[in-house]
Design a protein around this ligand. Structure first.
Ligand code: NAD
Length: 485
């Protein structure tokens, strides 16, 4: 099969709007719209359609209609479609990057570019993966074979921190395994997702990828619907619990990628100077609005004082500003709801008399949701800034002396998303990593992801995984065939 995207002449996408939903191959608006803001300026930049219950119904029906035909294609044919989709996205990548910065806030020249390029790479690479049938037994008398069959219609619900990457992380494995999808992005950042849905309509068969927009209600309609067979959700732990409860009515499969409060542990005598840029980016990248950001940095007593000084000096040079400005290192907080939560967290830090080593004052007179890089010097272990996920550019440094005690404190959380351990003695660091209760633990590195590397949370950070063979399998039913020869 020769699938080719007509990427230059056929696809006309206006990035200034209108912003439309993709339902059964048609581009549709809605009677009601909601405002989308630029978080750096506070200005309304677009109106997005508020899907009606009928439109959500239509999107699910379109996905259901399209699914048998899509599943009947060979794996290679679906792969060709996804490769064509990656080509089409690539042809529009500059516009998508600008749109991402405008609606999400992250710097265009760094984080936004990385997010969009990485997302497209993901689609292209997942298109090359295949789940092979597995022969469990093959004797002269008997064969046992395990195959992976599509689930049907998948509902995908995404958050506002990495809307393009987390969206396409769901699209690619869902489609390559023979499912169709209805996607709903966060109401705070719907525009890029609506546009990648629009591009898909020029390349993929009608109904294979449907994108609707709206608030939390639209998400709930998808999770409750009897014709949706799986929910792939990324968002907060609180919403994840609602998604799981709603999915139980029809025993939908669920993959939940939820919140985290990731610890990083610096072991005694770590030569930390070369690590400072990585540690800074891992904690403050995307302005801390990152599920796997370092949210608690435990520094051994032997290096704590000097580390604090050097880390603060490095962070002091970083610029918080409008993501369209090439001098900006960190953009604004994406929305007023999260900004309000940070105001509350900053007030709590102050009220509890925590020592602030950098930042600490939010200037509420600014038009955008700007929050300064803030480093808290050894707050009490039971303070909110250590125990909760702030989801902003504020990081507690915690001094430690006793290894058993720091491991216990790192694990003293309902979250279990990721963690990192850093130190000169690799074996010792690995020993500590083995005892951290988290889905991913990095040693002397951080934030490495890969198409073939499963990623998912332990405890209340999630259920199931994305990526890797295991991530593909989560979009399938396991089907066992047996027969006598
Ligand atoms: P959120 O849970 O508020 O919203 C996520 C999505 O769920 C949105 O599209 C929202 O409209 C929808 N939604 C809300 N209520 C719903 C309901 N009852 N039924 C169905 N859908 C509903 O999360 P957020 O504030 O957008 O994102 C931030 C959170 O996401 C943080 O906790 C962060 O750690 C987490 N996150 C996790 C990962 C991961 O991979 N583990 C990645 C990114 C973000």
């Amino acid at each position: 099969m020769n699938v080719k995207a007509n990427i230059s002449s056929d696809i006309k996408v206006d990035y200034n709007g209108p912003y439309v939903m993709s339902i059964g191959g048609r581009l549709v608006g809605a009677n009601q719209t909601f405002d989308v803001y630029n978080p750096a300026t506070g200005e309304v930049i677009a109106n997005a359609p508020e899907a009606t219950p009928e439109q959500v119904e239509e999107a699910i029906a379109a996905a259901k209609d399209a699914q048998p035909g899509w599943a009947a294609l060979s794996w290679e044919e679906r792969s060709a479609y996804l490769t064509a989709y990656a080509d089409a996205l690539d042809a529009h990548k500059e516009e998508i990057i600008t749109l991402l910065t405008t609606e999400q806030g992250k710097p265009r020249h760094s984080m936004a570019t990385v997010e969009v390029e990485y997302a497209i790479y993901w689609v292209r690479e997942v298109a090359k993966r295949k789940l092979e049938d597995e022969v469990i037994e093959d004797t002269p008398e008997h064969i046992v074979k395990v195959a992976h069959t599509p689930l049907g219609v998948v509902g995908a619900i995404t958050p506002w921190n990495f809307p393009i990457l987390l969206g396409l992380w769901k699209v690619a494995p869902c489609l390559i395994t023979g499912n169709t999808m209805v996607m709903k992005p966060s109401p705070y950042t719907p525009l890029g997702t609506l546009k990648f849905g629009e591009i898909a309509q020029k390349v993929l068969p009608a109904g294979v990828l449907n994108v609707i927009s709206g608030g939390n209600a639209q998400g709930a309609w998808i999770t409750e619907h009897k014709d949706v067979n799986k929910i792939s959700f990324t968002g907060s732990t609180a919403t994840g619990k609602k998604v799981m409860a709603a999915s139980s009515g029809t025993l939908k499969r669920v993959t939940l990628e939820l919140g985290g409060n990731d610890p990083a542990i610096l072991m005694p005598n770590t030569d930390y100077k070369p690590l400072i840029p990585s540690l800074f980016d891992a904690a403050f990248g995307n302005s801390g609005q990152w599920c796997i950001a370092i949210k608690r940095l435990y520094v051994h007593d032997s290096i704590y004082d000097q580390f604090l000084k050097d880390f603060v000096a490095y962070a002091s040079d970083k610029v918080v500003g409008d993501g369209m400005d090439p001098n900006t290192d960190l953009g604004p907080i994406q929305n007023k709801m999260q900004y309000g939560k940070l105001l509350d967290m900053f007030a709590d830090v102050k009220a509890n008399g925590c020592k602030i080593a950098l930042g600490g004052e939010i200037d509420v007179s600014l038009p955008g949701n700007f929050v300064p890089i803030t480093i808290v010097d050894n707050p009490p272990r039971d303070s909110r800034i250590v125990r909760e996920e702030p989801f902003g550019p504020i990081l507690p440094l915690v001094r430690w002396t006793d290894l058993e005690d720091v491991i216990a404190d790192a694990n003293n959380t309902d979250f279990g998303l990721a963690a990192s351990v850093w130190g000169p003695d690799r074996d010792k660091a690995i020993e500590v990593a083995n005892r951290i209760e988290a889905g991913t633990v990095w040693v002397n590195e951080i934030h490495i992801h890969g198409i073939d590397i499963p990623f998912g949370g332990h405890k209340q950070s999630g259920m199931g995984v994305e990526n890797g063979k295991e991530g593909l399998q989560e979009f399938t039913n396991t089907k066992t065939y047996m027969f006598k020869k």
